[in-house]
Design a protein around this ligand. Structure first.
Ligand code: PBG
Length: 331
């Protein structure tokens, strides 16, 4: 129960806000670089950094540059990076074989980072879209996204990532049954310590637009992802999906997108008490950067305030393209 407050003027809420020292003492939420996961885009080549038009300030990096950036992440106290490959369109097929090629771009990047920065945690994306001729996260036949065939492919992809040294697998595909299938396969293959951060409550969102440019999937995508990603109208369904993924062996769960879904983050954390993450996605990043570039908002202040909002809602951490900038601001 709340203690009763004395009436004004005995209680003056502004007393505790009068200066930075008192405000710091009573701050209910704190930020740390340990709250951050930094998503990075990987491309072919050597010494390459390519700008992404719809995400100003974000670049694709060749594997050698990913290694440099991984060192930077570690120096900033960021505990994990998340790798997303930009796959050569010539390697995209309907069966998505490149997804479990041990030498695909993502797996080569994992090995290179592990060899130089072994203590940095590496997260992956487990979904077929970068490798799929039609841009979907699952196998498509006759216009249908096939669940069980997709899970088989995703398991092969997950095992290849684990064998390359990934610490955290991030299934973002939203097929049914994939967490259990991956967990069983990992146990059987001797990867007992590989963790799964399930994109459990992932919505069919227009906020992903710039990301699809970044990984070169927007040109390929036919139709939308509404038969597997969630309807933005739903809340209870998110709880059922989180519960399902935890029961199948997910170690951590994610809500995605971020800022527009803080009610979901809050309810998930309150209900399950499991490690809960949010993804501040590409469109959220692009909106803040675009307004800042026009001088309409103070971009750095909005960046920090949005991070605070995730933590206040109950998130244990956030995947954000601002990770390095937030970590620098905190140091
Ligand atoms: C692919 C995937 C997407 C994102 C992360 N993994 C795009 C999608 O589902 O279409 C979005 C990330 C972002 O927008 O920053 N499965």
């Amino acid at each position: 129960m709340r203690p009763t407050q004395a009436a004004f003027p005995a209680t003056r809420h502004r007393r505790l806000r009068q200066g930075p020292a008192l405000r710091a003492m009573v701050s209910e939420t704190t930020l740390s670089p340990a709250d951050l996961i930094w998503p990075l885009f990987v491309c072919d080549g050597d010494g390459v950094t390519q700008p992404i038009a719809s995400m100003p300030g974000v670049v694709r990096r060749s594997v050698d540059q990913i290694v440099v950036t991984a060192r930077e992440a570690q120096a900033l106290g960021i505990p994990a990076i998340c790798l997303f490959p930009y796959t050569d369109p010539a390697l995209k097929t309907d069966a998505c074989e490149e997804a479990w090629n041990p030498d695909n771009l993502a797996n080569r990047a994992i090995r290179a980072v592990k060899a130089t920065v072994p203590d940095l945690a590496i997260m992956t994306d487990v979904a077929l879209d970068p490798y799929n001729a039609n841009g979907h996260d699952g196998i498509v036949r006759d216009g249908q996204i096939l669940n069980d065939e997709s899970v088989e492919a995703l398991v092969k992809m997950a095992l290849a990532q684990a064998a390359s040294g990934a610490d955290i697998l991030g299934p973002s595909d939203m097929m049914d049954g994939r967490i259990g299938a991956m967990r069983t396969a990992l146990e059987t293959a001797g990867h007992q310590n590989v963790t799964i951060l399930s994109y459990a409550a992932k919505y069919a969102s227009a906020f992903y637009g710039p990301f699809r440019d970044a990984v070169g999937a927007s040109g390929a995508l036919t139709g939308d992802k509404k038969t597997y990603q969630m309807d933005p109208a739903n809340t209870d369904e998110a709880l059922r999906l989180i519960e399902r993924d935890l029961s199948e062996g997910a170690d951590m769960v994610m809500v995605k997108p971020g800022i527009a879904y803080l009610d979901i983050c809050h309810r998930v954390k309150q209900t399950f008490g499991a490690p809960t993450f949010a993804y501040q996605v590409s469109g959220e990043y692009a909106m803040i950067e675009a307004a800042a570039a026009n001088g309409w908002i103070d971009g750095d202040a909005v960046m920090m305030e949005s991070m605070m909002a995730f933590k206040r809602a109950g998130c244990d951490g956030v995947l954000t393209y601002f990770a390095h900038r937030i970590a620098k601001a905190l140091s």
